[in-house]
Design a protein around this ligand. Structure first.
Ligand code: AMP
Ligand code: MG
Length: 327
């Protein structure tokens, strides 16, 4: 089976082709163009969608060329149906819908968050993990039960990615800022006390953001270091409790923030204490990409025939724990 996946939920427009045979999948191409807001600014949804519109023809043709396939070779097309920014989501859906209706190819809307998880499982080999999804759009702890992902903790306000990006922007970095913060944090070991807020097994980051901005005015490196230590310790506490509760013997970290080495280090310690295996999605596939959408579409095709064109909606707030996973 050959699938084309289209991702356009936020800053990234990406197309990927994957060849699936049995349970294995081979990524033949994964091409991305990322919208970059001006330094210190966040994503402007209309500007991001314009970026996606302008870049979609080139990304699509590069993706097909690199995979050495023609559109008519494709068995299915999947697109990120949500959650995400409406204007951005619509670009991916329009491209997918146009190709699917013109070439008469089955089409599948895919939940973006499930895309992160399924590609993570394919690439790490994790079988039945507790999942930590940490990205620009999500901060969630999840375990799979009775055909649905169940939430064992999430953010009550902003996500971990937003925390890092909003703080980074206050220092004047260009978004996304996670990597800059990680670099600067490694030059300090001076911990400044910051608010630590775990409620039940949920986390809250907005107070931490305000307090870190104040520290950042005195010393940027100390602020980055202390921010990482505090936020990641909150996450590690929630992970530890969820591991203990679910008795999972695997932890898998996915999403853009999974690229952070310090986060992995802390979570590896937690896993050691619980005799759990630690998996982290490979760096190249941590952030948003077409492969996540493509692989999930291919999995969906095992149990569904696709949707009719008039059902190819996008849903800005499509929660992953509302999706029935039948494959
Ligand atoms: P995604 O929404 O999955 O594409 O993830 C994007 C998020 O990942 C942004 O908030 C980035 O700041 C964050 N990110 C990327 N690299 C790193 C890193 N090395 N450390 C922490 N966060 C990162
Ligand atoms: Mg994402």
């Amino acid at each position: 089976m050959l699938g084309l996946g289209i991702e356009s939920t936020a800053h990234t427009f990406s197309c990927a082709v994957i060849e699936k045979s049995g349970k294995s999948g081979k990524i033949l191409s994964d091409v991305r163009k990322i919208y970059k807001p001006a330094d210190g600014e966040g994503i402007h949804p209309r500007e991001a969608s314009r970026h996606h519109i302008e870049n979609s023809p080139q990304v699509l043709s590069e993706c097909l060329n690199e995979a050495d396939v023609k559109i008519t070779d494709l068995d299915l097309i999947s697109y990120a149906g949500g959650p995400g920014l409406g204007p951005c989501l619509r670009v991916g859906a329009v491209v997918a819908r146009s190709l699917a209706s013109f070439y008469k190819i089955p089409i599948y809307p895919v939940n973006h968050a499930i895309g992160h998880i399924e590609l993570g499982k394919l690439l790490t080999g994790a079988k039945n993990p507790l999942v930590l999804l940490v990205s620009g759009g999500h901060t969630m702890l999840l375990a799979f039960l009775n055909k649905q992902w169940r939430v064992f903790g999430e953010t009550l306000d902003i996500t971990l990615g937003q925390l890092l990006d909003q703080f980074g922007r206050s220092l004047g970095f260009a978004s996304p800022c996670g990597r800059n913060i990680e670099e600067l944090a490694s030059s300090s070991s001076n911990y400044v006390q910051l608010p630590y807020s775990v409620k039940g097994n949920d986390v809250s980051f907005s107070g931490l953001l305000s307090a870190t901005k104040t520290v950042g005015k005195q010393n940027k490196a100390d602020a980055c270091y202390s921010l990482q230590e505090t936020a990641f310790a909150m996450i590690a506490e929630a992970v530890e409790r969820a591991l203990s509760f679910t008795q999972k013997n695997e932890l898998m970290v996915v999403g853009g923030v999974a690229a952070n080495k310090r986060l992995s280090e802390m979570l590896q310690d937690v896993c050691k204490r619980h005799n759990s295996k630690f998996f982290v999605v490979p760096l190249k596939y941590a952030g948003d990409c077409g492969s996540q959408i493509c692989w999930t579409g291919l999995l969906e095709s095992q149990v569904k025939k696709g949707v009719s064109i008039d059902k190819t909606f996008v849903t800005q707030s499509w929660r992953l724990d509302s999706v029935k996973v039948e494959y």
